[in-house]
Design a protein around this ligand. Structure first.
Ligand code: GLU
Length: 287
């Protein structure tokens, strides 16, 4: 198993230099067990991100919650099962979600912009470049891009399905140096901590070996869609694109600051190649 003891603090310390950072939060971080929004956590998340932008970091927030927030707003008892109902609920929830983010971020003097993605956008070269241009322009202007899947449009053929993968793809698109996935589990374990009291959290994964993949089997989260397996496939995308990735608990968003300070929080998946530094914006008239 690729657990690194020696040199670990160097790997952790390297996170201090990350300028372009993608942060992913799931529905389980944004809501209480009741399904209602956890305002103090969202407020703290906005404060931490605003603070990082003030330090000169470029942050992209990938957020779930459209369906969860829509269910709350429409006072439904549960998530609808029919696709078009789910999509309608997401349309309401996404609005509300952005309203809340916009409100909290403006309390800290920051502006947000919404980007909703579907898989086909990423797969089509021209549309992909357009999205990259939008990200670059927003970041250039100091605006915080907030990303979700376009749940009101997405059907199976064009769906990411969960935001762990989406956040890794966004990291790849913008040449991010670090992806932080906040979850209701505090890291990556050598076996399922909900079933085995002896499960140990792995601090650093240098190589995603078949043994590491076996560890991921079946560990899911309570209210989100992605389990450990989707986090591991996100780790593959992110680390192969040249980013480090950390999975950590979303209970206290200040953990983001600790991760960036190089503290031993959550599990670090180490980048497989040097961080790319060529960020190309293709001008409209060149396309
Ligand atoms: N896009 C979905 C939503 O906003 C969530 C996907 C996920 O939980 O990963 O509700």
């Amino acid at each position: 198993m690729s657990i690194r003891g020696m040199g670990m603090s160097n790997l952790r310390n390297g996170l201090k230099d990350a300028k372009r950072i993608v942060i992913k939060v799931g529905t389980s971080t944004l809501t209480y067990d009741t399904g209602k929004l956890n305002f103090s956590r969202i407020d703290k998340l906005a404060r931490v991100i605003a603070d990082l932008v003030n330090q000169g970091k470029e942050i992209v927030l990938v957020t779930s919650g459209a369906i969860g927030v829509g269910v709350g707003k429409l006072k439904l008892r549960e998530k609808p099962k029919i696709i078009r109902e789910k999509q309608a609920v997401a349309a309401v929830g996404q609005c509300e979600l952005m309203h809340i983010y916009s409100k909290f971020f403006s309390d800290y003097s920051h502006i947000v912009g919404q980007i909703l993605l579907t898989r086909d956008v990423i797969e089509n070269q021209e549309r992909r470049q357009n999205v990259i241009n939008t990200f670059e322009t927003l970041l250039d202007k100091g605006i915080i891009p907030i990303v979700n899947e376009n749940d009101s449009m997405a059907v199976d053929e064009i769906k990411f399905g969960e935001n762990d993968t989406l956040s890794a793809i966004v990291t790849e698109l913008i040449n991010g140096e670090l992806l932080i996935i906040l979850s209701d589990i505090d890291g990556f374990y050598d076996c399922d901590p909900r079933k085995d009291p002896d499960a140990k959290m792995i601090s650093v994964v240098e190589e995603i070996t078949p043994e590491v993949e076996r560890c991921a089997g079946g560990v899911g989260s309570k209210r989100g869609t992605g389990g450990m397996a989707t986090k591991l496939s996100a780790a593959k995308i992110a680390t192969f694109s040249g980013a480090n990735m950390v999975i950590a608990s979303g209970e206290d968003p200040e953990i983001i600051l600790k991760i960036i300070e190089g503290k031993n929080e959550g599990t670090l998946f180490v980048s497989k190649k040097p961080i790319p530094n060529t960020r190309v914006i293709v001008k409209d008239d060149e396309m």
